[in-house]
Design a protein around this ligand. Structure first.
Ligand code: AHR
Length: 551
């Protein structure tokens, strides 16, 4: 049954079918999920499930790269345990080398024999976080042991597509062209291709995705949007394509700074009638950092703690993360005023919670932080938002993969663990490349007290998709205290069998450590199944996946 037919039926005729389910829900369920199998939203790009690795703190050195001579198991210098886990969750795309680092990085420093590569001051050396480092290792003085060849090797070993961020602040457009040439010119065709071949990579890397600068409103050059638009045109005009459909991603706003987007697009489309079909994506960064409960906008004072928080902070963080939906809708609408065919899609290439320092597993891990159940819910609700907006979002890369902000992994020397975020990505992998379906969720808001004032937060959100005969529903129950009895009804298909899995813990602060790596892990979710509905109890503070096989 189509949702429209169902609504018409229930309003006009009051069919026994529709009303019996409504009554069942009213009597015994806290929430009702309606999945509309015949109402597709768009294909969920696998690239929405991407990752981000920057030369910052412990991400590359310690996290990804241990070096070929290390005793830590590795493949070509890359940590084997990381490779294994990335293969488990399906890794469609990885962004590198930054972040802010990208706009200070000279790609030529990172090619050629390792022994000949120069040592440079890392961009993050200026950050107050770096000042506390007890030794001046690769986090401060970049050794360039991990460069373009090693990154491509990393991508090949995980099956990911590379997404490179070009330096627009401190290198020229010609050096950008040369990086493209180094990566993509055919074997033996150019001097740079020969250099690539000499390093053991005769075949082109075929890099399609290129970020053109990063946060150009800030660390990437402190440009005005009109200035950045003119740089963007210069960098993206007549780049050698080597028969690839290059995909350029423009550096979009800070959070919901809609003015940046309007002024960039106006300059490009109205001022210059820019018509480059390789302009494919507009990047948006959204960090959830302000837990001050409305008291300050100060970047340092507004941050909360990764491990010490109460239930109000829990909702506060989830509320901040939920803003991503508004950001997507606002920017999509703004872009559509200029790019009326919506050729340019959204790329959320940095997202996640950002806490004050103190919970990193090693001092060298600038912006390293512990990942609790709260962060798992923030990640899950963000991925659900991308799925629901599959028609608008072409790519997203979580910031960052290991030892940083919203990490899936924590690693130091020979120790390596998965965080609750890894489990979220494992659960949500089923959505990659699937057809997003409309899913309507009805449930009351959660009510609580925020500094003596009544406050509310949504009670259940999620997303649904279909791949072949399998419909996947993922959802977040943010309620810190109450489980939710949920009825899932399918319109347009009959359920043959169903299975479920939940990520939940008794403590909202639960997280994994090197000593207790499995405190947070997924468990089977019990379900009751009817012909076109399933019921289940979603634990408090949980992420849930239900898979329905259609008859
Ligand atoms: O992810 C850490 C930093 O946050 C990135 O380098 C930068 O782009 C953002 O401000």
């Amino acid at each position: 049954m189509q949702r429209r037919d169902f609504l018409r039926g229930s309003v006009m005729a009051g069919t026994a079918f529709a009303f019996s389910h409504r009554r069942l829900w009213a009597q015994s369920s806290d929430a009702h999920v309606e999945i509309l199998v015949n109402e597709p939203v768009g294909v969920i790009s696998p690239n929405i499930y991407g990752h981000f690795t920057e030369h910052i703190g412990g991400v590359i050195y310690d996290g990804v790269w241990v070096g070929p001579d290390s005793k830590i198991p590795n493949k070509y210098g890359i940590r084997s345990a990381l490779l294994d886990r990335l293969k488990e969750i399906g890794t469609p795309i990885i962004r590198w080398p930054g972040g802010c680092f990208a706009d200070s990085y000279d790609w030529k420093d990172g090619i050629g024999p390792a022994a000949n590569r120069p040592k440079r001051t890392n961009f993050w050396e200026v950050d107050p976080d770096a000042a506390r480092l007890h030794h001046k290792g690769p986090q401060v003085f970049e050794p360039n042991s991990f460069g373009t060849n090693e990154f491509i090797q990393f991508c090949r070993l995980t099956g990911a597509e590379p997404y490179l961020a070009a330096n627009l602040r401190s290198l020229s457009a010609s050096e950008f062209d040369h990086w493209v040439e180094y990566c993509n010119s055919p074997a033996g065709s150019t001097t740079l291709a020969e250099m690539r071949g000499a390093a053991g990579f005769p075949d082109p890397f075929r890099v399609r995705y290129w970020g053109v600068g990063n946060e150009s409103w800030g660390c990437g050059g402190n440009f005005a949007p009109e200035e950045y638009a003119s740089e963007f045109r210069r960098f993206t005009t007549w780049v050698p394509s080597f028969d690839l459909d290059l995909q350029f991603i423009g550096a979009g706003p800070n959070g919901n700074d809609i003015d940046w987007t309007h002024r960039f697009f106006e300059q490009l489309y109205v001022g210059h009638r820019y018509n480059n079909s390789s302009f494919a994506g507009w990047s948006v960064h959204h960090y959830s950092w302000n837990l001050s409960r409305g008291k300050t906008q100060d970047w340092i004072k507004g941050k909360g703690d990764a491990l010490t928080f109460d239930s109000v902070d829990w909702y506060e963080l989830l509320r901040e993360s939920s803003r991503i939906e508004q950001i997507l809708n606002d920017h999509w609408a703004a872009m559509g005023q200029y790019d009326t065919a919506h050729r340019v899609k959204l790329v959320v290439d940095e997202y996640g919670p950002w806490y004050r320092q103190g919970s990193e597993v090693d001092l060298t891990h600038i912006f390293g932080q512990q990942i609790t159940m709260r962060d798992a819910l923030a990640t899950a609700l963000t991925l659900d938002t991308f799925n629901r907006n599959a028609d608008k979002v072409m790519m997203a890369t979580c910031a960052q993969l290991v030892n940083n902000l919203n990490a899936l992994f924590l690693a130091h020397e020979d120790r390596f663990i998965s965080t609750p975020n890894f489990h979220v990505f494992a659960m949500y992998a089923a959505h990659q490349g699937a057809q997003a379906l409309r899913a309507e969720i009805s449930t009351p808001d959660i009510r609580y007290s925020r500094d003596g004032e009544p406050a509310r937060f949504w009670g259940l959100k999620g997303s649904a998709s279909r791949k072949g005969n399998t419909v996947t529903l993922t959802a977040v129950n943010p309620d810190v205290a109450k489980a939710k009895d949920v009825q899932i009804t399918l319109y347009g298909g009959k359920v043959k069998n169903a299975s479920g899995v939940a990520l939940a813990a008794n403590d909202i602060h639960a997280h994994n450590t090197f000593d207790q790596p499995d405190t947070v892990r997924t468990a089977k979710l019990d379900l009751s199944t009817g012909a076109d509905f399933v019921t289940a109890t979603f634990p408090p503070g949980s992420v849930v996946k239900v898979e329905l096989t259609l008859q």
